[in-house]
Design a protein around this ligand. Structure first.
Ligand code: C2E
Ligand code: CA
Ligand code: CA
Ligand code: CA
Length: 276
């Protein structure tokens, strides 16, 4: 179904129609995805490079639909946000991640945090604090083993954001700022909100070399995190060279394909079981 674009624009109209069609298809199937058990979580290790130990795991959502196949989160999260489906889906992710982490702890794996991505829509929901509290009680996971990742966005109401963050912090969970450095007001967020951790966006890590612009920026971020007493993770580390530079700059925690892609919980167990 390849559509040709022609000079007078009728092709682009066809193109828009097929985009709209796809969006409607995705939303239609997304509505039933939870009840049909089509979601699963994969986990990517966060590694302490000074010990090579896994200190935490970021969970990432995967959706496999019988009609659409594997749909990437970059496509369906936005649709889930627009349709309001992000609320039940996000709650499922939180419960699943906490349940899984509690299971790992009970199986005797070394204690690790699990990091859950929160969409800005969830974050704007005044019930979020209560939802998180309920899930922690239900699953029995200690709050210090849960981390919530938020991204800055213009649509976040500053007062609401401060009060939800404060509520979450009172529960004892950690707040991480995701994709740090890519938004419009990363530094303002650091100043105004009770953030515990910054995650340097992978675009600053890719191909980083001594004295290039990424290196200067990353070096400054590492210094800033230390002076502000913030935890810091570099994301998207793929190569030995990137890791080496981060190590020299004093970065302690990294995440990326160099250590592991996001993998299923079974694979995490196989990776970690020798540590028991
Ligand atoms: P993110 O939170 O920034 O997650 C990191 C993304 O980078 C993941 O893509 C991960 O697979 C990928 N990645 C990890 N290491 C490397 C690396 O070394 N190199 C490169 N090139 N990529 C790497 P993924 O799983 O496709 O997720 C994309 C985005 O979808 C996430 O970005 C996050 O914003 C969103 N997302 C995923 N799961 C959830 C969820 O449960 N809830 C919400 N609200 N958003 C989610
Ligand atoms: Ca994330
Ligand atoms: Ca990120
Ligand atoms: Ca992201």
């Amino acid at each position: 179904k390849n559509q040709q674009l022609d000079a007078n624009g009728s092709g682009s109209q066809l193109f828009n129609e097929s985009l709209l069609r796809r969006r409607m298809d995705v939303e239609f199937h997304l509505r039933k995805a939870l009840s049909q058990n089509e979601f699963k979580l994969v986990y990517q290790p966060v590694v302490d490079i000074s010990t090579s130990h896994v200190v935490g795991l970021e969970c990432l959502l995967r959706w496999n639909n019988p009609h659409l196949g594997q749909v990437p989160p970059s496509e369906f999260i936005a649709i889930a946000e627009e349709s309001g489906l992000i609320h039940p889906i996000g709650e499922w992710v939180l419960r699943e991640a906490c349940t899984q982490n509690k299971k790992w702890q009970e199986a005797g794996l070394p204690p690790m945090f699990v990091a859950v991505n929160l969409s800005r829509k969830q974050f704007n929901n005044y019930l979020l604090g209560r939802t998180v509290a309920t899930i922690l009680i239900e699953t029995g996971l200690a709050p210090k083993y849960l981390e919530l990742e938020i991204t800055e966005s213009l649509s976040v109401d500053a007062r609401l954001a401060t009060s939800s963050l404060e509520e979450l912090k009172k529960l004892g969970v950690r707040i991480a700022m995701d994709d740090f450095g890519t938004g419009y007001s990363s530094l303002g967020y650091l100043r105004d909100f009770p953030i515990d951790k910054m995650k340097i966006d992978k675009s600053f890590i890719k191909g980083i070399r001594h004295r290039d612009v990424n290196a200067v920026i990353v070096n400054a971020m590492i210094t800033m995190a230390k002076q502000l007493n913030l935890l810091l993770v570099a994301e998207g580390v793929e190569t030995e060279e990137e890791l080496q530079i981060l190590r020299e700059y004093g970065c302690r925690f990294v995440q990326g394909y160099y250590y592991s892609k996001p993998v299923e919980s079974k694979v995490i167990e196989e990776m970690l079981v020798h540590l028991i």
